[in-house]
Design a protein around this ligand. Structure first.
Ligand SMILES: [Zn+2]
Length: 342
């Protein structure tokens, strides 16, 4: 089985994003938001059958761990109530996709975060996502301000209510920023990769893994700058007398394979132990074109893994085994959702 641990619903029916715009405008005008739009099952089916499901089939993958559009989370818009209503709408929609296509999609929730608002605010949505929707993880935005980095670092006890819930439910978090509202950053070009690198560095310089020995985080987009600069992080850990970086982080931190060229994948697999790498493509996502050097889509990351000089066993870990281990509820959820599909 090939499990893609990183996919977003970038193709949702138009009225979903349309309502989001109306909601933000209503908030600005000090008015209540309009009622949520109606979306039929057929409309949702159409966006998936011609989108992510079609690409899964073309590329030979089986299951996508699926969450709301990351750039669309927009935690910097409105206030805590705006974020709550939007997260609720987005997660419900992911649940509908997973109900319509139970063999192909398993849900991960976005959180109703807002800059300066305690993450305690996210607890009831996490409970709903896991308890009612059967989701297996969350996306945690380390910078709800959208590129201004106004909240405490992930090392701070500020975030501990979320970490406690993650451990309680046995769900990992993918560290994933949303759109940048700071013009210095390009959302998917620099803000995403910065978010990955910053999140890793905050966690390595923390006591989070001492306080939560079983907690698990996925650093997406191949870990941002981390694998390429592994020597720098090792040296920083050594200078700070934190011990060996591998001992410090590799029980708790995992990297996905959303790296859009073969040399990058080769480096990731050379630097990071195979047990800490999870297959992912983030399709249909930030980079949608075809690489003229290969004639294939940049984000067809399975092709790169296929070409790595690794054993079949190691590739099976990357494609399936590691995801089942990191997402503690995944195997049971696969069985439950498959039973429903029959
Ligand atoms: Zn993403």
């Amino acid at each position: 089985m090939i499990i893609d641990c990183h996919g977003h619903y970038t193709t949702a029916p138009r009225q979903h994003e349309g309502w989001r715009n109306e909601q933000i405008e209503a908030h600005k005008a000090g008015k209540p938001p309009p009622p949520r739009p109606r979306m039929t099952d057929d409309e949702i089916r159409e966006t998936i059958a011609g989108g992510q499901l079609k690409v899964q089939r073309e590329r030979g993958t089986d299951l996508t761990i699926f969450s709301p559009r990351a750039a669309g989370m927009g935690h910097h818009f409105g206030d805590a109530r705006t974020s709550e209503a939007w997260a609720s709408a987005c997660n419900e929609l992911i649940h509908r996709v997973c109900t319509l296509f139970p063999k192909n999609f398993i849900g991960v929730g976005m959180l109703p975060q807002s800059a300066g608002v305690s993450p305690k605010n996210c607890i009831s949505e996490i409970d709903r996502c896991v308890g009612e929707y059967g989701f297996v993880g969350i996306n945690l935005n380390p910078d709800p301000s959208g590129g201004h980095w106004q909240d405490p670092p992930l090392s701070d006890r500020y975030w501990y209510p979320v970490y406690e819930k993650m451990v309680e439910h046995d769900i990992p978090a993918m560290i994933h920023v949303s759109a940048a509202c700071n013009p210095a950053y390009h959302t998917t070009g620099s803000h995403y990769l910065n978010g990955d690198t910053v999140g890793f560095n905050q966690l390595m310089n923390s006591s989070v893994f001492k306080d939560f020995p079983t907690i698990k985080f996925i650093i997406p987009h191949g870990g941002g700058a981390v694998p390429y600069h592994w020597g720098r992080f090792r040296g920083l850990a050594q200078d700070a007398k934190l011990g060996l970086l591998t001992d410090l982080v590799l029980n708790n931190i995992f990297f996905d394979t959303c790296v859009y060229h073969l040399p990058g994948q080769q480096l990731l697999a050379k630097v990071i132990p195979v047990d800490n790498i999870l297959f992912a493509s983030e399709m249909i996502g930030a980079v949608r074109g075809i690489d003229p050097e290969t004639g294939h889509h940049y984000d067809d990351t399975k092709r790169y893994i296929d070409q790595l000089a690794l054993s079949t066993e190691d590739k099976a870990k990357i494609f399936e085994g590691n995801a089942r281990r990191v997402y503690g509820r995944l195997s049971v959820t696969i069985e439950k959702q498959s039973a429903r599909a029959v």
